[in-house]
Design a protein. Structure first.
Length: 322
């Protein structure tokens, strides 16, 4: 059976762009008669808040989305809150260490920023990590470790990574564009890349549909799946909805959050209709329930003239929501 999920981070209120990814993922599973899970990705404890997590659940239910498994309904893959799944990440980290796929990194953000701003520094490599700590000797590591707690980085192969995306088609990342990445920070926090890979595999997720801003995370996660001997899901990255000003939406902009629309008296069917029309699922931006979209759902395709990975709403569509 196919299994999908939506995994919001409770660092802010859900906005229209988040809703689009959630609706698309839900529709994909409901059309396939699959199962849909909800997972709260609160691994960044400094930014995550329990009250925001509850508000996000309320917003999703307002849209008409339900889930077969989740933090408030339970399920056989519990817990559905990342901060309660740390032992799984520790076990994965141990497996990677035993396979010699990790190394300690003593570079600070300020050091990497300084290198990036220098001539022929990181900026000329697309912001890739230059591997400064990958080939340190044991003596050098001990000397640096005496003054600084290291992060742990995963060793990428340095080869091109190609995969088929359910929306973008065949995607290739050059080897130099996918450098070694952090799986555990110096402060002990596990990275998103490690946690999401471990969680999706443990929960049996077969289809990951998410926003295009996470497309460049996929090569790193595919490398982790392979290193851990796990089966990777299929990926599809839907476009990000642009704001009325043509810019990417932000959780800090309360004017386009689901909570603000609800408070303004906007019916969820109106929002669903606007998104469905923009995505090409329906022919007119008329109010429609999310369940009514199940038969007409299909993968989103880029429209001519639109920025890659972006979906612009016309002024008339924005006026329908304000």
């Amino acid at each position: 059976m196919r299994r999908g999920r939506f995994a919001p981070t409770p660092s802010g209120l859900l906005h229209i762009g988040n809703a689009f990814a959630a609706v698309a993922s839900w529709l994909q599973m409901r059309q396939a008669n699959g199962q849909f899970a909800l997972r709260v990705e609160d691994i960044d404890t400094a930014r995550s808040r329990a009250d925001l997590a509850q508000k996000q659940l309320d917003d999703l239910r307002w849209l008409g989305i339900d889930w077969d498994e989740g933090p408030d309904v339970g399920g056989r893959h519990a817990p559905y809150v990342q901060s309660e799944r740390m032992t799984l990440y520790e076990a994965a980290l141990e497996r990677l260490e035993q396979a010699d796929m990790l190394y300690p990194c003593y570079c600070s953000r300020s050091e990497l920023a300084r290198i990036a701003s220098a001539p022929h520094g990181l900026a000329s490599e697309g912001g890739a990590y230059p591997g400064l700590c990958r080939h340190l000797s044991e003596e050098e590591r001990q000397a640096k470790g005496a003054h600084k707690t290291p992060a742990l980085r995963f060793k990428m192969a340095g080869q091109p990574v190609t995969f088929r995306d359910g929306w973008a088609g065949e995607v290739t990342f050059a080897g130099e564009a996918v450098s070694d990445f952090v799986v555990k920070r110096a402060d002990g926090m596990f990275s998103y890349q490690l946690a999401v890979t471990v969680d999706d595999a443990a929960m049996g997720i077969t289809d990951v549909l998410r926003g295009a801003d996470l497309l460049d995370s996929t090569p790193r996660q595919l490398a982790l799946y392979e290193a851990l001997g796990l089966t990777a899901p299929s990926f599809a990255h839907v476009p990000l909805i642009l704001g009325a000003n043509g810019e990417r939406l932000s959780k800090r902009d309360r004017s386009i959050t689901l909570a603000s629309l609800r408070d303004a008296g906007v019916a969820p069917e109106r929002l669903i209709g606007v998104m469905g029309f923009a995505a090409g699922w329906i022919d007119r931006p008329e109010p429609v329930s999310v369940r009514e979209l199940i038969p007409s759902f299909r993968a989103v395709r880029q429209r001519e003239g639109e920025p890659q990975g972006r979906l612009a709403l016309s002024d008339s569509l924005w006026r329908m929501l304000t």
